[in-house]
Design a protein around this ligand. Sequence first.
Ligand code: ADP
Ligand code: ASP
Ligand code: MG
Length: 598
Amino acid sequence: MSLIVQKFGGTSVADVEKIRAAARKAIRAQKQGHRVVMVVSAMGKNTDLLLKLAGDVSQSPPAREMDMLLSTGEQVSVALVAMAIDDLGSKAVSLTGGQIGMKTDDSFSKARIQSISTERIERLLDDGNIVVAAGFQGIDDDLNITTLGRGGSDTTAVALASVLGASACEIYTDVDGVYTTDPRLLPEARRVDVISYDEMLELASLGAGVMHNRSIEFAKKFNVPIHVRSSFSDAEGTMIVAETESKTAPVCGAAMTPNEARVTVLGVPDVPGKSLQVFSAIAEKKIAVDMVVQNVGRKGRADISFTVRQDDLKLTLAALDKVLPAIGADAVTFDDQVSKVSVVGVNMADQTNVASTMFRALADANVNIQMITTSEIKISTLVPRAEAGAALRAVHEVFRLHEKPADAKSWDQIRAERGETADLDTLVSRLQDDALEALTLTGISLTKHQARVTLYGVPDEPGIAADMFETIGQAKIFVDMIVQGYDGEDGSTSVSFTVDESDLKQSLEVAVAIREKHGMRDIQDGSDIAKITVSGIGLRSHTHVATVLFKQLADLGINIEMIGTSELQVNAVISATNSDKALERLSAAFAASLEAGR
Ligand code: ADP
Ligand code: ASP
Ligand code: MG
């Protein structure tokens, strides 16, 4: 008998009628012959209310007590859902995170799942029950209650589907599927039939709140198909699977993180090991850092900028404050009125002009780009918060995301084309006993013969990036990584990009022309450069990846010139000298994670 996991979010259990409707959906699935496990969130906005209550009682509530409090929201819903099922004449048992044996580490409010014991669930299912499990919560080794982070019930659901070998994981929510961007922000957004794990993981991590990003790490690792659908109708929703909807569309979705903050550490001594100190201080607090831009050092000093969620700003500044004297940096500045607007698509990796198209759309909408970072499947820009809505609309429009790509395939077509064995090939068993959410790496590689061009003193006004990368595109130069960062010296920005070594001469000619046209301060180039790539799943949310990278390279005396991160890759641009050694060292340092990905 096949097993399905059905997850109901807060709005889907917000009142008595909705609880009954959820119960009926589960009963129906059971009557159709499935074993059914439900995962339920706190009712409506209950988690927000509890958070507010805590804030009213204490200015800085202890993390342990916070998780104790927040977990009660889910406990209320599971009991009510089980009662509703009973009332409708079927059998159900509600279970807390502890009771389903959801073991996590002890990082309160961001706990990672280590193991789940399925025995009790299996036994209850064997007895004909619908099992109603509390989402979002677990217990640590000391039996303390932990929570997985906001939106974490999705992760509970997909994790359970993984360990129970479910045939599907249905996510019932208040939208009827995954859209090309949040339909509440942009009514013209289109619902997609199919989206790939890689794209959904990246979108979720960049702000698409419809799925908790860590749930997609699970789905990809264990190859669990996810069906996102409305709890208020029976319509088919969106399938999140290994395949993409289109094989050609460069962009499949756009996302915005409205509440971001930029932090810049000014005047960091330009010697290996300093970035390590900066980022390990932050990683220790499990704060995810994005859009890292390090200005190529001048006068022996460099500026390091990065973004964090605005919620994490206070903690980030406090962590930096502690290490600033040891680092010998001048000061820290920040801007908490910025938003991140990103586009994602696996097909962009081998297409030109995707970045310049995005920059042109932003320029035409009069949006000033403050920072840029790119990775193989995404481009992120940091913009003033007041301009973020216009920016999102502009990029959605320019990539025609409201239209179905001509070669788009439906889930039925994709499934039919899968063939008999395709599933088995990808179904790698990664069920380790005690490290379900451990970092999984699939490879570390080196690309040599790269070159870098940096322009300093790029005027802080709309349209410059668009002009630059259009001109470079017209010269038929393929640009790999692009990084634009805040330049501490005079408030302007600097832009760096990498090209193949054979294109360096021509790239410099173009750069000189651009400098003349826009009155920029300086150009610098670096040849004999290599790109080191660490590939895997969930690289941004595992905050220690960057720290290990920085540490290993610092030990070898290697400076990181540029860095680009996505959930799937961390790319570091370094000097080619010693890059073979770097590869060796990193392979050794990440040996366990590489083994997990095999
Ligand atoms: P639940 O409580 O069911 O977990 P969430 O509020 O966490 O629901 O997620 C659903 C919401 O996600 C939608 O109401 C929608 O506004 C938002 N959302 C953000 N990005 C997207 C997207 N790309 N597609 C669909 N919904 C999105
Ligand atoms: N109730 C939790 C939250 O509101 C978890 C969840 O709904 O996924 O974040
Ligand atoms: Mg949610």
